[in-house]
Design a binder for this molecule. Sequence first.
Ligand SMILES: *Cc1c(COP(=O)(O)O)cnc(C)c1O
Length: 448
Amino acid sequence: MQYYSTNGKAPIADLQKAVVKGLAEDKGLYMPDHINTLPKAFFDNIQDMSFQDIAYNVASAFFGDDVDLDALQDIVYDTLSFDCPVAPVTDNIYSLELFHGPTLAFKDVGARFMARLLRYYLAKQSAASDAPSAKGQVNVLVATSGDTGSAVANGFLGVDGIHVYVLYPKGKVSPIQECQFTTLGKNITAVEVDGVFDDCQALVKAAFMDEELNSHMRLTSANSINVARFLPQAFYYFNAYARLKKQWMTTAPSALFPELVICTPSGNFGNICAGLFAKRMGLPVKRFIAANNANSVFYEYLQTGQYRPRPSVQTIANAMDVGDPSNFARIYTLYNQDWNAIRNDITGATYTDQQIADTMRQVYQQTGYVCDPHGACGYRALSERLLPGEVGVFLETAHPAKFKQTVDGILSSDIEIPAKLQAFMQGEKKSVPMTKHFADFKNYLMHQ
Ligand SMILES: *Cc1c(COP(=O)(O)O)cnc(C)c1O
């Protein structure tokens, strides 16, 4: 499979280059030059397959030409050692729980898959070349406002040949988030920047541009624009269909399977973009809904045809506080820049903090289900937009305990913290203090 840039001005790349480089030379995002569809037999039997086997089939269609199938199977099985169930919330709305991975959020899958695929390619490079540049450790730099850092750090934890530096803004991530990347040790270094998230991102960008630094150490990014991080999220959508179909065949064997609507709480639009790819591969989804918080740039694009990025505003669904979604370029390219074609497959929704909180309370009181603030946007959009004969699945993107303070404040609850999270909280915090000045960060890296 070959990968081209959404900006159309960079050379075609193979998967290895797309994964190792992340972003194309013209700053565009890599897109596969074709999308394989899956055979009818796969969809006929999908309800009896495990999450791992479904994912392996999907991964083979994308990566099977480029990665040895045995290795690919290892990568997929290692990535998906947990479940991804659908829980009924109302008669026709289901929650697809993406929070059963190591850090209890959906980014775990993309991060782990990317770590393993990168490791695969580094091993190949070093076997194929005697040059010192093909041998040294690779250093992943990632800036985080909370969730990305924990997923990337845990995904790369213990993967040899790769060291991860997580840059995060001092005092601006929740204690639960912070402990998920500051207590790991091993090949993970947390860098606590005296600044805001944008300062962290600026340091990472400056590091990639700095020639002296790049000749001192091999640097790469684990940003969500990487094809190895966003495409594996397609696994979730196939699994949603499989689990729902199974339930349907058990409870209503004679009834026709209803039309499926999937709603994805969206920020950078990587997750929903993977869903759109799943549809291109043949997954029978009637339509998608992109649920936004108050950061409604994509919603407005759907209404007006004008894409007008702007600075993000802070909300209680903070992993979606994005004012210029990076995967917009991918969606735009996937639909040949055709606004109407995009609107045929995706509608939008946008909710204020007040609406999110009201929804969380309402769902909890009426059904007992605890939504986190991101999932609540998804639930609400389905409850407002679902038509007769449709069944809806929203992606519950994080465990509510990751946002315990917010959730308890809204629901007057005291939700339990899962054992996995508690284990992080008992670890010892270690981080490297850093100013927001690049000279200091560079000096630190030059001595590593
Ligand atoms: C990252 C994240 C999102 C947004 O996903 P995108 O792929 O950026 O659209 C939604 N919810 C949670 C909990 C997240 O961590």
